[in-house]
Ligand binder design. Structure first.
Ligand SMILES: Cc1cc2nc3c(=O)[nH]c(=O)nc-3n(C[C@H](O)[C@H](O)[C@H](O)COP(=O)(O)OP(=O)(O)OC[C@H]3O[C@@H](n4cnc5c(N)ncnc54)[C@H](O)[C@@H]3O)c2cc1C
Length: 553
């Protein structure tokens, strides 16, 4: 039976394709894929539905009456973009410029504060000793333990997952190659990796530390973007994913702020793609992927225009890319079921604030710029605090006291605001996961009020310093940015959705069940985050397959 897509393709009547490669979605991964494909000599077109590229890496001016205030509206800090991509695409020349972040900072409602530094063991010892001498002594061992695990896990982010369980000689060879690469791992390291992959961040931290303040500080990374509280198995791995910071092809250092906000990262990649010859169209929404004789043949836009190419790379959420654009009828049943079962909840709310002055913390007074303003300015005082926020959301209620991973990029970046003002970005959790289905506008504003009140308890000038605010909930993330379910990574980083399972078993090598269609979204291995790895790997797969075909000819 001819499907909608195959019918459309037969109607094109074109001999030569319009392009060599079409990229669906101009988020940072789509742009990375475009840059690599164009660099390989492919005539490449990027199609982006919104009126600007970048996707979740976007800088915007959300307040019409204050157009000089720009916020990095969704994602807010960089860490995992590998040196390979930065160098291959010469991103520094295109505007990629990172200010390393200052320390982790938490001021406690009951008084006092803690700062944790990425690379200063001595100061960490002083800071942690305020809360527990035992924890201060344990911290260097924890750091070393984590660094050891990062050495194993980091390079895996750049590894194309083998097709585990396949008996094809090529797949068996890849599986053996991976095992051989890890032949020197000893029993303890394997045990530690197993613990990291299976434990909750709460249980793991309980094994190492005693003070609620230190455990709260270290738990945050375990629940960022996750529909799971710190007591859920698997959250230890989420902490590691956010803490690796080095993917094995050069040291990446600490997290940092891009000058001009995260949109400037996407702009740098877009500029590199254009320089290599890629064409980028915005306001171009793809409605369908064209198939011809079972292969990808191009796309149909929502205005009916057809564009053909032998290679199509999609970087959209898997439900959109496969179920909506390719169509269930054109995909194997197992694959369709895997994508239907894909978990994509999160309950994240982003709150962007324009501030007249910096927060004046009771524990560390002053509105002039100080070190504690330059890193993450948290509201996640203890693990029970974080867990309560999750339990409320799981029960169908927005958190009474949400947790927040806050940052003030304008501590460094003067391009975002007029002189003397600041932007504060609060990445907060949780609201109920089904809030992606309705706007919940008033409840979101009330939630934002409560979040602001929490900060006001520790920095009493906070509320009165707010000039403008922008609250982005799961509904807007899904409907305006294509993040289905509001999930920030196109799908949860839960164990059953990692490595060879991301986005589906048998298709973790950035290829798809449709020949000629490649997959570059954060829902593939190494995603999510603004790391570009899915885009690079999908392009590499497409380039390798094109060369194979050319050699055969
Ligand atoms: C609130 C929030 C905070 C985050 N914080 C961080 C952070 O601090 N650091 C970090 O590293 N990561 C962070 N992330 C995650 C990170 O931003 C994402 O994993 C990453 O940006 C996804 O990139 P992508 O290119 O895979 O997809 P996207 O950015 O989602 O790009 C997909 C693109 O496709 C477009 N599109 C959708 N439908 C169509 C269509 N039909 N036709 C054409 N185009 C279409 C979209 O408009 C979008 O531009 C955050 C995400 C969110 C939402």
């Amino acid at each position: 039976m001819a499907t909608k897509a195959t019918k459309a393709a037969t109607g094109t009547n074109r001999g030569a394709a319009d392009y060599d490669a079409i990229i669906v979605g101009g988020g940072h991964n789509g742009l990375v894929a475009a840059a690599y494909l164009a660099r390989s000599g492919a005539r490449t077109l990027v199609l982006e539905a919104r009126n600007k590229t970048g996707g979740a890496a976007t800088t915007e001016a959300p307040w019409p009456d204050a157009p000089d205030f720009k916020v990095t509206r969704l994602s807010y800090v960089m860490s995992l973009l590998p040196p390979t991509i930065i160098n291959d695409l010469q991103l520094a020349r295109h505007g990629y410029k990172i200010f390393p972040m200052g320390p982790y900072y938490q001021a406690f409602p009951e008084g006092g504060s803690i700062k944790l530094y990425a690379d200063d063991a001595q100061r960490n010892h002083v800071e942690i000793s305020k809360w527990s001498k035992k924890d201060a002594d344990a911290m260097p061992r924890w750091d070393a333990w984590l660094a050891g695990l990062a050495e194993v896990l980091g390079p895996l982010l750049l590894t194309v997952p083998p097709n585990l369980g396949s008996h094809k000689p090529k797949d068996l060879k890849e599986t053996l190659r991976l095992a051989w690469r890890h032949k020197n791992l000893d029993v303890r390291t394997i045990a530690d990796v197993t613990r990291l992959m299976t434990m909750s961040i709460a249980d793991l931290l309980d094994d190492w530390f005693e003070s609620p303040q230190v455990k709260g500080a270290l738990a945050v990374n375990g629940v960022i973007g996750t529909w799971a509280g710190p007591y859920e198995p698997g959250t230890a791995y989420v902490m590691a994913h956010h803490s690796i910071g080095d993917v094995g092809d050069g040291h990446l250092g600490n997290w940092g702020f891009q000058e001009g906000g995260m949109g400037a990262v996407a702009d740098a990649i877009a500029s590199a793609a254009r320089e290599n010859g890629a064409e980028i169209r915005t306001g171009a929404r793809v409605d369908q992927i064209l198939l011809k004789d079972g292969r990808a043949a191009g796309v149909v836009l929502d205005n009916g225009q057809q564009l053909t190419a032998k290679v199509v790379v999609t970087s959209l959420h898997p439900r959109t890319a496969f179920l909506a654009h390719v169509g269930r009828e054109n995909l194997p049943d197992d694959f369709v079921q895997d994508i239907e079962h894909w978990k994509t909840r999160s309950g994240v709310v982003k709150i962007n604030l324009a501030l007249a002055e910096l927060p004046d913390f009771t524990a560390d007074p002053g509105t002039s710029l100080q070190e504690h303003h330059t890193g993450s300015v948290e509201m996640a005082p203890t693990m029970p605090y974080i867990e309560r926020a999750f339990q409320e959301a799981r029960d169908g209620k927005p958190a009474t006291r949400p947790f927040s991973d806050g940052v003030i990029p304008t501590a460094f970046d003067k391009t975002l605001v007029p002189d003397g003002y600041h932007i504060m970005s609060l990445f907060t959790q949780w609201v109920p996961s089904d809030w992606s289905e309705q706007p919940h506008t008033e409840e979101l504003q009330a939630y934002a009020d409560r979040m602001i009140d929490c900060y006001n308890e520790v920095a009493p000038n906070f509320k009165s310093s707010i000039l403008h605010r922008d609250v982005v909930g799961p509904y807007e993330m899904e409907h305006d940015y294509g993040l289905i379910g509001g999930n920030i990574f196109h799908g949860e980083l839960s164990l059953e959705q990692l490595f060879h399972m991301r986005p589906a078993p048998g298709f973790a090598d950035y290829r798809t069940p449709v020949p000629g269609l490649y997959y570059a979204s954060s829902a593939t291995h190494a995603g999510g985050g603004v790391c570009g790895i899915p885009g690079m790997q999908a392009a590499r797969a497409a380039i390798a397959d094109r060369r194979k075909v050319a050699r055969r000819r």
